[in-house]
Design a protein around this ligand. Sequence first.
Ligand SMILES: Cc1cc2nc3c(=O)[nH]c(=O)nc-3n(C[C@H](O)[C@H](O)[C@H](O)COP(=O)(O)OP(=O)(O)OC[C@H]3O[C@@H](n4cnc5c(N)ncnc54)[C@H](O)[C@@H]3O)c2cc1C
Length: 259
Amino acid sequence: MKIIVCVKQVPDTAATMAVENGNISWGDAPLIINPWDEFAVEAALNLVADQGGEVTALCLGKEEETEAIKHALAMGADAAVLVSDPALKGSDNVAASKVLAAAITKIGEVDLVLFGQQSVDTDTGLLPVQVARLLKWPSLTLVSKFEEVTPAENSLQVVRSMEEGNQIIKSLMPAVVSVTKDYGEPRYPSFMGIRKASKAEYPVWNLADLGIDLPSSSISWPEVNEPVEQEIVTEIIDGDTAEEKAKILVEKLIAEKVL
Ligand SMILES: Cc1cc2nc3c(=O)[nH]c(=O)nc-3n(C[C@H](O)[C@H](O)[C@H](O)COP(=O)(O)OP(=O)(O)OC[C@H]3O[C@@H](n4cnc5c(N)ncnc54)[C@H](O)[C@@H]3O)c2cc1C
């Protein structure tokens, strides 16, 4: 099987974010692979371990931002492609999905494209569906399990995890799948993997290599603001026994209409 995993580079989730001169800043905090994308890499590696084939990590980002790709390679991905072009600055989701779809088409003969559920910085969760639409492939979102994958029949059966329960979906391949964290813990990169990834070479494609022009962004970010400060009141509940404290807590929650 040929599987592409789309990985994004994002600021460390532990970083303190601030708005400076109308832009979002995370200071000197390091950039990391989008944590949701590690589940997608894990799923791709397990599928290839079962079925044979190869995993390619695909990232759209600046040329010097290599952490997401290196992390995917260190986890065990076989190859990587970075798409980077100064014209991508300011790209919205419509442009990003067009670029990713073109890169997937250029890589060619792909059975599955895996995504994380969403990115932790811009957080739209839209790219998997937008890319599927451009490729005209089925889109399976919020997948927590791959039940049956039969490359000979171009078919797969997956479990979608939703709040209300699970949904079993059968689909044809090629398909686009977004993977949730319910899939299971991603592996840590091995020492050997990290060493291999640090020396790995991969192509960097620009828009001319992909043969596309970018659509102009139809949405913009006219203003970015800090979240409104919230006043938090802490109250320690007093009582002689745990039962009494629990009773008082429940009464307060009912009074506040939380329950
Ligand atoms: C007006 C505007 C200007 C913007 N300017 C910039 C800019 O200058 N620079 C910039 O970096 N972003 C910019 N963005 C944000 C950029 O458009 C989004 O990051 C991008 O469209 C993906 O959306 P998302 O991050 O919400 O991903 P989601 O849809 O939440 O992500 C879902 C999954 O898609 C995959 N994915 C997401 N992003 C990438 C990626 N880059 N490469 C590979 N896979 C990916 C991952 O698997 C991820 O888990 C801008 C957005 C707008 C609206």
